[in-house]
Design a protein around this ligand. Structure first.
Ligand SMILES: C[S@@+](CC[C@H](N)C(=O)[O-])C[C@H]1O[C@@H](n2cnc3c(N)ncnc32)[C@H](O)[C@@H]1O
Length: 251
């Protein structure tokens, strides 16, 4: 598999999504090529070299944590929140790391860690699974002043969705921006990625195990057969919205 990145400057059912991540948790690290690239990119946006607290929403197996370490960014406490117990188990542990198993779509997540203006909130490749963007960004914006998000947009798998005649289950770039703008002053960048494959079969297998399609309605046998025959590209398309945000609540 080969990743090519192009930079443009400028709901499913919760249990289904978590089941998919948990089912493939051990294999996740071998199939998260794009998410890994996205987390690396998101950490590049951080401006400070030291934070009292870093809170990672939908932390998975710790791509953000690992990149923060690699970039010599320091913290006193690291809060790793994820709804999948299996993913949390794979997240690095330590005296400074607090793991919280909560659903960011539920009110209980908002009370599971302290509000701290100076803390940093970060979330990479997870918030596309928000069931209600206004609910999610409303409570997140009440927790910290600075936040960084990387969120997959509906242009991910665009051609595949067209060929299979299905709608993307995730939000458009505009829907994401509209909701974020209600709670944050934000700067945006969209990055497009291409992931090359030897065959369409390999491509479909990747989608299944990467968790990118988490909870997406299963294609019928006929749809899969048609996809393998008709898919015109030897790569998958991904689009990610990068957000550097300052909460309106703390201004
Ligand atoms: C594609 S992975 C990304 C993981 C990690 N942030 C990274 O960059 O590799 C998405 C993560 O979000 C978690 N997740 C999805 N929906 C969630 C929810 N409603 N509440 C909490 N975590 C959720 C999944 O369990 C999974 O670990």
């Amino acid at each position: 598999m080969k990743v090519v990145r192009i930079v443009h400057t400028t709901q499913e059912n919760k249990s289904k999504i978590i089941k998919e991540f948990s089912r493939f948790a051990r294999e996740y690290n071998r199939h998260n090529v794009i998410q890994s690239e996205v987390a690396k990119q998101l950490v590049q946006y951080l401006r400070a070299k030291k934070y009292p607290v870093i809170i990672d929403i939908g932390c998975g197996s710790g791509e953000i944590y690992k990149n923060i370490q690699k970039n010599h960014i320091f913290f006193d406490h690291f809060v790793a929140l994820d709804l999948s117990q299996e993913m949390l188990q794979m997240h690095p542990s330590g005296a400074a790391v607090k793991k919280i198993c909560r659903d960011f779509n539920a009110t209980e997540a908002s009370t599971s860690f302290d509000t701290q203006e100076e803390a940093l909130l970060i979330s990479s490749s997870a918030l596309q699974w928000s069931q209600d963007l206004d609910f999610t960004f409303s409570w997140l914006s009440g927790k910290t002043k600075k936040a960084y998000f990387a969120i997959f947009t509906s242009s991910t798998f665009e051609t595949l969705h067209q060929v299979a005649k299905i709608h993307s289950p995730i939000y458009t770039e505009d829907q994401l921006k509209q909701s974020i703008n209600k709670y944050y002053n934000a700067m945006y960048e969209t990055h497009a990625y291409k992931l090359h494959f030897e065959s369409t079969y390999e491509m479909l297998n990747y989608i299944k195990k990467s968790g990118v399609s988490g909870g997406e309605k299963k294609l019928t046998y006929k749809q899969v057969k048609n996809l393998i025959k008709e898919y015109p590209l030897n790569y998958l398309e991904f689009e990610v919205l990068f957000v550097e945000a300052t909460s309106c609540r703390f201004v």
